[in-house]
Design a protein. Structure first.
Length: 118
């Protein structure tokens, strides 16, 4: 009986040692933090998804907590690249703003090329 308890104790010690070892954490491309999505990016994409003369369109950025409404969208005059003029509001922790801007297609996404107001 002593022999079995000695073997059991030895096995238990090995098992605990094996479970207690820590391996370094590997960070792969899928777990690396990405750049936060900015409000400008969300607004530009919302303007890009709207058509000229469309009804007001709500937008929200869950990463920053900001939200607002794209109030007006129209085709930018004199620009053949598909840019759109817009009026939008933005409500965030720093207050509420209303501004006019221009969003233009950029590859597979949209970018703000100008924004004024506040």
């Amino acid at each position: 009986m002593v022999r079995y308890s000695f073997l059991f104790t030895g096995f238990l010690a090995i098992a605990i040692t094996a479970c207690a070892s820590q391996e370094p954490l590997e960070i792969t491309a899928s777990t690396r933090p990405t750049s936060p999505t900015t409000d400008r990016t969300v607004i530009a994409e919302a303007v890009g998804s709207a058509s000229a003369g469309s009804k007001p369109l709500a937008w929200a950025n869950p990463e920053t907590g900001s939200a607002g409404v794209i109030e007006h969208v129209e085709t930018a005059a004199g620009q053949e690249n598909g840019c759109r003029n817009f009026t939008a509001s933005r409500q965030a922790l720093d207050g509420k703003t209303r501004f006019d801007g221009v969003a233009c297609p950029s590859g597979q996404s949209w970018k703000l090329s100008a924004a004024t107001g506040g």
